[in-house]
Write a protein that binds this ligand. Structure first.
Ligand code: DGJ
Length: 725
């Protein structure tokens, strides 16, 4: 039984194959975390008394238990150690999980255990623990969900106002995670910027708070709602203990990692409470986003694989997510940008189909007056000059070639130069007394408003009903500023950040329900919204706007920490220099990049020579033979581009019968030898055919590895490995 309650010691054990998460109800009724880490089967072994390393804490407990201490402060201090969600109230000074103001002005929340429920379903179990405030009608339910075979627990919080008077929620976090006591944790997180997402940072925590957050309205390029902690930096790719988590939220978020004076390490996270409140009226509830957490006893690699399996099995919209034939997509945005028209697109579609592409995507520039980024957003009808007869002629041509069709939209945005803005300037996010700051010449529509949501749903529903569209690329190309909502009562103004995200999710949910076969690409100036929240509704990701193959190595290393390879289009094109650095790399090197994710092609075929088309077609054909490994294999990061002039990764079938090995080198210097590539995830006793390199045992490949002779800079390998018959 994975979730159990031991009524003798009032303890909960949440057990997965390699992880135990435990809590107990204290003698005063608080809910306290007692363990998150390796497997412990007996709840009795996890009592706080045994875990406490500080003499002081033991003494307090012993004295308190024997009745020899009367100090209220000490009793409370002990009782509130490691309180599960840690409301701000009582003798508590850590980052709170709940902060509220009651109708009489009281700003102190005291939550005590009330009841619990364990709900068992076929593939998952959920524990819901109800806490209630001692003096006010605030109910807080903490939810914990585990899934078959995964060392992962989903947590979220629901607050309900059971009284008549409003309660102002100043913070309601999804979870507070307590790690084993210790003061030398290392925090891994991601920084970045536009075209440089997913950059891994590792910092040593001290007795302090480190706040990872963003306030830009979307989950962002600068930071990623993911964390990992290991002790003293001892974890490596395939060894050491790692605690990790990812937040399901596409708006402002916050993850606080702190170590307190008792060397207790905690991570608290959820919707950012900066400039954000929520009025909970009588009988209303507020549900936080999910915060997924997990534990790995075998390094960052195992942590990533657990998150990948979780995303593939439980997050992505099904049944699409079970599809292992990741279709090869063509999109000419990077070479033509807005300069498109129906004749040109029909010609490109023919070549795309000839070389093996399976989806033809029309990007920005197809609608209203959209010849550059200064106008048109909001006016979602075909450009009368570029597509005079609508989309049908192109869609028909695409379908005749046996491909499916995709279309770009940016529904949350409006240009001031548009009919929509002239008609509904009040639909944007703005403060009436302030100038509206534009980003890429556009303003943000207030998706918190029901009328804006309905408008968006209606035109997209019409677009999808009238046209045979299989894919939508949903873009979002600026952050949110001047977060005003003039029509909203003053005491609800700060709800805009949250209501915007709820509105976005609601439109997605309605569209998916009405058009269940349409798939969505999650794009935000590249990877500005690579968060678990949006992958409940979207099927793919634009990894980045940066096409540079060298930058890709680090982008991919970071990206793969938390999301699986099947999501991003990893493309190649024939532009002379790719990406923001103006660097040129060999075409063969660009082709290899395509194998890492969902292969996509962005070439200007009007400039392609015969050899390039032939090599593109050959690569696509090979990709089709190995793409099931990209879609559902176990990811092993073998050689880091942070420490080596090369990156190697492999995707191994779960039954260990096949694998795909991908290597990309970069700048060779001083005649340095590149590392031998030691494989992972194979069966030691099985013989494998390794591309055309020969036959080796799994043990040999994993213990001794493969050495390659590379040619100058920008060499690469795509090697298919298969069990010998
Ligand atoms: C930003 C996206 O990341 C690109 O792929 C492209 O769709 C442009 N927007 C179009 O404006």
């Amino acid at each position: 039984m994975p979730i159990t309650y031991n009524s003798d010691c009032k303890a909960f054990l949440i057990s997965t194959p390699g992880m135990t998460y435990a809590m107990e109800v204290t003698s005063l009724g608080y809910l306290r975390s007692t363990h998150w880490g390796g497997v412990v089967k007996r709840a009795q072994d996890l009592s706080v008394k045994l875990l406490s390393l500080r003499e002081g804490m033991l003494t307090w407990k012993d004295q308190y238990a024997s009745g020899s201490i009367s100090s209220h402060e000490r009793k409370m201090a002990f009782e509130k150690q490691n309180e599960e969600i840690a409301p701000w109230g009582g003798y508590m000074f850590c980052e709170p999980g709940v902060k509220a103001v009651f109708h009489d002005g009281t700003r102190d929340v005291v939550l005590k255990y009330h009841s619990h429920e364990i709900d068992k379903k076929e593939n998952y179990e959920t524990l819901s623990v109800t806490l209630k405030d001692a003096n006010y009608p605030l109910k807080v339910v903490l939810h914990y969900r585990i899934y078959e075979g995964l060392d992962i627990v989903d947590r979220w919080t629901v607050a309900t106002n059971e009284g008549e008077e409003d309660i102002l929620l100043e913070s309601l976090q999804s979870a507070a995670w307590h790690l084993p006591q210790g003061k030398e944790y290392r925090l891994s997180h991601m920084s970045g910027k536009w075209s440089a997402e997913y950059q891994i940072e590792r910092i040593q925590l001290t007795q302090s708070k480190v706040v990872l957050d963003n306030r830009s309205g979307i989950s962002n390029h600068f930071a990623t709602p993911w964390f990992a902690l290991d002790y003293k930096g001892q974890a490596q790719e395939e060894s050491g203990k790692v605690w990790f988590g990812a937040l399901h939220w596409s708006g402002n978020w916050k993850i606080v990692a702190e170590i307190n004076e008792f060397h207790q390490a905690r991570v608290v996270g959820g919707i950012n409470d900066f400039d954000s409140t929520w009025k909970l009226a009588a009988s209303e509830s507020f549900t936080t986003p999910i915060f997924t957490g997990g534990y790995s006893n075998a390094g960052f690699g195992k942590a990533s694989r657990a998150l990948h399996d979780y995303v593939n099995r439980h997050l992505l919209p099904h049944p699409h997510a079970a599809e292992t034939r990741l279709p090869v997509m063509y999109n000419c945005w990077s070479v033509f940008e807005f300069d498109i028209n129906v004749e040109q697109q029909i010609k490109l579609a023919k070549v795309a189909a000839d070389i093996g592409c399976e989806v033809f995507m029309v990007d920005d520039g197809w609608f209203s007056t959209r010849d550059d980024d200064t106008s048109g957003l909001g006016d979602w009808w075909c450009s009368p000059t570029k597509f005079p007869n609508g989309l049908k002629p192109l869609i028909d041509a695409v379908k005749e070639h046996g491909m499916t069709f995709g279309l770009w939209v940016e529904p949350e945005m409006v240009n001031e130069q548009s009919e929509l803005f002239n008609k509904h300037p009040e639909w944007t996010i703005y403060f009436p007394t302030r100038e509206r700051t534009t980003g890429r010449n556009q303003l943000v529509l207030n998706f918190g408003r029901q009328d804006v949501q309905d408008w968006c749903y209606d035109w997209m529903d019409k677009l999808l009903t009238e046209n045979d569209i299989d894919w939508i690329k949903w873009d979002m190309n600026r952050y949110i500023s001047e977060p005003g909502w003039p029509d909203m009562p003053k005491d609800r103004q700060k709800e805009i950040w949250t209501r915007f995200v709820h509105g976005l999710y609601s439109v997605y949910a309605r569209l998916r329900k009405k058009h269940p076969n349409v798939k969505y690409i999650n794009c935000s100036s590249g990877g500005g919204r690579a968060d678990f929240g949006l992958f409940r509704y979207t099927d793919r990701l634009t990894l980045t706007d940066n096409g540079d193959c060298l930058d890709f190595l680090k982008l991919w290393w970071g990206y793969s920490q938390f999301l699986p390879p099947r999501l991003p289009g990893t493309g190649f094109n024939n532009a002379p220099s790719n990406g923001i650095n103006g660097r040129s790399v060999p075409f063969e090197y660009r082709l290899t990049k395509g194998f890492f994710g969902a292969m996509s092609v962005g070439s200007n075929f009007f400039k392609s020579d015969a050899n390039e088309l032939k090599r593109s077609a050959e690569s696509i054909a090979l990709y089709k033979k190995v793409r099931h490994l990209v879609a559902a294999g176990d990811v092993y990061r073998l050689v880091s581009p942070y420490e080596n002039p090369c990156m190697a990764m492999m995707y191994a079938a779960k039954d260990k019968s096949q694998a795909l090995l991908l290597i990309m080198t970069h700048s060779m210097q001083f005649y340095n030898l590149l590392p031998t590539v030691k494989l992972q995830g194979l069966d030691p006793d099985t013989l494998y055919k390794v591309g055309d390199l020969g036959t080796y045992s799994g043990a040999g490949l994993m213990e001794k590895g493969l050495a390659f002779k590379y040619k100058a800079d920008y060499d690469s390998r795509v090697i298919f490995i298969e069990k010998c018959e």
